[in-house]
Design a protein around this ligand. Structure first.
Ligand code: NZQ
Ligand code: ZN
Length: 396
């Protein structure tokens, strides 16, 4: 196991009926609030009214930024930073999924950055300056952004989607009420769970030896998601299903399962290019790519971990290592397919190979997957994985 520091001081307020705590939480930072939200789901499900009621009763001054896009755009970040400067905002309240929270993180930093926020903030990837404090009310179990230091922003003009991270971008307080996720539709519930599983798999398929704590915690979280996703799809208002998916999403990407390992994530590097070029849903892109990536990198190094994944996570009883590994890949693919994920690129609108070369080039340029991945992959490998994702697959 590698050395690590695990210091994630986000104050998590988990559970139902906790919104009355919001005024006190905000008052620790000031009265001028920028309320950031997305395309209207919080208006439709009533959360907006409940939040605004609390703020008005508390005498807060409220400035709003709405319409944050899934795959949030740099233009929206710029608009938010201008609002913060113009109104002397004390604290940002992000109410929504990962996109709203990520956009809020970039706004929080961008308020203190001069000039073009793509060039001077996002494209730099690391931010060590000041930021407006962020409070989140999470409405979708997926990214883990509610308890981590990163945010992912898209630039459609340059066809780039990049993450930026910094100490001061960590939310101060995050409200995690499973009831707020009851209205998430099937497609986003699927995409969110695929994203959680991917974060866990990206950490788990790693070459660092001696990480049994992280490995067994990861397996437990993966089994939790696999158990509860079908229940949440069938019964969207099943509190325990939503609660377990929500808490799993936070723990999958707050350092708990990733610390102590070195190396880089492979499927996220490849998926961010699909989203950058075609604006597809992040979790769905990951579900499509992951089993194909596994099959592509199956070799002597990866075999033992893939076989362990099959046996521990999917309960596959198979003595032969290679057959076990392949059965695990098939189980993952079938799980996504049976729950309704469109499992080929044409089904999400990517029906030509024209951009594969450019996307593969960017995937290797924006990451270190050619050197430090579980099994390093080159540009040609990425193209092969995209090609394998264009048609239905069979792994055994
Ligand atoms: O915009 P609204 O109207 O709110 O609707 C959203 C959006 O259309 C809807 N939604 C959210 N909560 C809902 C709801 N609909 C009904 N009821 C609710 N309670 O769901 C749609 C998707 O929302 P979005 O925030 O885009 O989803 P998600 O949380 O999956 O975030 C995806 C973004 O996060 C990035 C992704 O790349 C993508 O841009 N990621 C961020 C990470 C991080 N900060 O650590 C890590 C991830 O790997 C990921 O890259
Ligand atoms: Zn992700």
């Amino acid at each position: 196991m590698e050395n690590f520091t695990f210091h994630v001081p986000t104050d998590i307020r988990f559970g139902k009926n906790r919104l009355s705590e919001l005024p006190e939480v905000l008052d620790a930072f000031g009265k001028n609030v920028l309320l950031v939200y997305g395309g209207g789901s919080i208006i439709r499900n009533g959360l907006y009214d409940r939040v605004v009621e609390q703020l008005k009763a508390n005498g807060n001054t409220l400035v709003e930024l709405n319409g944050v896009e899934p795959n949030p755009r740099i233009e929206t970040v710029t608009k938010g930073a201008e609002l913060c400067r113009e109104h002397g905002i004390d604290v940002i309240l992000a109410v929504g999924g990962g996109s709203v929270i990520d956009c809020s993180k970039a706004i929080a930093a961008g308020t203190f950055v001069e000039g073009d926020l793509w060039e001077n903030l996002v494209a730099k990837r690391r931010y060590s300056g000041p930021a407006v404090p962020i409070i989140t009310i999470l409405t979708l179990a997926a990214t883990g952004s509610e308890m981590n230091r990163g945010g992912v922003i898209s630039n459609l003009k340059t066809q780039q989607k990049l993450s930026v991270s910094g100490e001061n971008l960590l939310p101060k307080v995050s409200f995690l009420d499973p009831v707020n996720t009851f209205t998430v539709g099937s497609y986003q519930t699927l995409a969110g769970s695929a994203d959680i599983l991917s974060h866990l798999m990206e950490n788990y398929f790693n070459a660092t030896p001696g990480t049994e704590v992280q490995d067994s915690v990861t397996e437990g979280l993966m089994k939790t998601v696999i158990h509860y996703l079908p229940i949440a799809l069938e019964h969207p208002e099943d509190y325990d299903a939503r609660a377990n998916l929500l808490w799993a999403s936070t723990l999958a990407l707050n350092g708990l399962t990733g610390n102590g390992r070195k190396g880089s994530w492979s499927c996220h590097a490849m998926e961010h290019e699909l989203s950058a070029f075609y604006d597809i849903t992040h979790g769905i892109g990951l579900a499509i790519l992951t089993p194909r990536w596994m099959a592509h990198i199956l070799n002597e190094t990866s075999l033992p971990k893939f076989a362990r994944f099959a046996r521990e996570v999917w309960g596959i009883d198979e003595a032969d290592e290679e057959r076990a590994a392949k059965k695990g890949m098939q189980a993952l693919y079938d799980f996504f397919l049976e729950n309704g994920v469109p499992m080929t690129l044409p089904e999400v609108g990517i029906d030509s190979e024209d951009d594969f070369e450019k996307m593969a080039q960017q995937a290797v340029t924006h990451s270190t997957i050619t050197e430090t991945a579980f099994v390093p992959v080159q540009k040609a490998d990425v193209i092969s994985i995209y090609q394998a994702s264009a048609a239905p697959s069979q792994f055994i």
